[in-house]
Design a protein around this ligand. Structure first.
Ligand code: GTP
Ligand code: MG
Length: 194
């Protein structure tokens, strides 16, 4: 996929700020600091359009990016960051419900997990939440560069089993560092938005 243009449209804190354009959307979800913003940047070949950080909790609004005037990537704040107040956690929940339960343009969500670790309870809850709304999901197991090749199959099995993943959901081992899995990710996204 050749990306000619990629721009931020808006950082939305609530529903009334969502773009009104009726173009397809692909949302990102996953634990704080897992690599959601890095996934977007790698796919669109921009170093830091979606702002990344080694400090968790960088993304706190729904950030809409428009790609080739064709579709939106929606970067969503991560979950599972311990140092978050009850009030902030509740606000996060509302923001998620508001977006995922009603957004007509949403075609699929890329749930990003770390290939090195067993998915957490919150990862499982996020997966079940998306399934509950009958939203298509693709699983992206990122940071592939951080494990030995000999460990890959075992980790993939662990992730699929822990999430109790549907066999038909696309599963993409990925690295924002090396670009592995990038073509597979694009193929899957293009299927969802066509
Ligand atoms: P929040 O917005 O805080 O929820 O985080 P995020 O999920 O958007 O994570 P982000 O993309 O900011 O990445 C977090 C850290 O992980 C950064 O230091 C990235 O450089 C690093 N990182 C992301 N993807 C990869 C990867 O595939 N390989 C390696 N080695 N590091 C990665
Ligand atoms: Mg982010």
């Amino acid at each position: 996929m050749k990306v000619n243009t990629a721009e931020i449209v808006i950082s939305a804190a609530s529903k009334k700020q969502y773009p009104s354009a009726l173009i397809p959307e692909i949302a990102l979800a996953g634990r704080s600091n897992v690599g959601k913003s890095s996934f977007i940047n790698k796919l669109i070949q921009r170093k830091n359009l979606a702002r990344t950080s080694s400090r968790p909790g960088k993304t706190q609004t729904l950030n809409f990016y428009i790609i080739n005037d064709q579709f939106h990537f929606v970067d969503v704040p991560g979950y599972g960051y311990a140092k978050v107040s009850k009030t902030e956690r509740a606000k996060w929940g509302e923001m998620m419900d508001e977006y995922f339960s009603e957004r007509e343009q949403l075609r699929a969500t890329a749930l990003i997990v770390d290939i090195r670790h067993e998915p957490t309870d919150e990862d499982c809850m996020m997966y079940d939440f998306l399934k509950h709304y009958e939203l298509p999901v693709m699983i992206v197991a990122t940071k592939l560069d951080k494990i030995k090749k000999s460990q890959q199959q075992k980790q993939i099995r662990l992730i699929k089993e822990t999430l109790q993943m549907d066999e038909e959901d696309p599963f993409i081992p990925f690295s924002a560092e090396t670009g592995e899995g990038k073509e597979a990710a694009w193929r899957t996204i293009l299927e969802f938005i066509r």
